[in-house]
Write a protein that binds this ligand. Sequence first.
Ligand code: 3PG
Length: 223
Amino acid sequence: MSLQTLSPQTSQQIDELCALSPVIPVLTFNTLEEALPIAEALVEGGLTVLEVTLRTPVALDAIHLLSDKLPEAHVGAGTVLDQEQYKTACDAGSRFIVTPGATDELLQYGIESDIPLLPGVQTISELMIAYARGYRRFKFFPAEVAGGTAALKAYAGPLPDIRFCPTGGIRLETAADYLILSNVMCVGGSWLTPADRVADKDWAAIRQLARDTVFKLRSHQLA
Ligand code: 3PG
């Protein structure tokens, strides 16, 4: 029996999202109150694709709130671990789903869902399994410990039509090293929301950090 495969349109949807921004901020909200000012600061700074991780109890409410109050942002859910969370995150308004790994269950649900999945992979075997199901766009996680830019360069040999959003350990200082690679679409990272700035409710600093990031990295993504 042949397995159901992903429509090429899904890779196109992911490409369109990733072309909007060189960085996808990975956001873990501790309170619902902080979600809107942080997201507004990032969007004003030029980062319009936002990944809200399902790591805190307020995450789904935050996705719902941002989808409602900040329609110019493309809000997705991260740290989605199973089909149930995938479905719940979509119901909350997520426009894309990011997973740290690629289980059969998640790959299958990504094929069935209208909301595109960016599955996480770390090894060439994980890539090959998802590749056989039609997936061509991946989160490379945790990027820095999984071989970083050297691993991505090596993956371009056997699998030249694959593109990545590397995430995990990437900072403003290292992001450009990834973005210049031909198989990198954009990077993900949590550096846009430093804990001390969030604790001080210093939204202006977060907006400035987003601006500086876009200014520094935009040319690498367009190259
Ligand atoms: C993720 O889930 O993608 C990572 O936690 C983000 O990694 P970082 O905190 O090292 O940027």
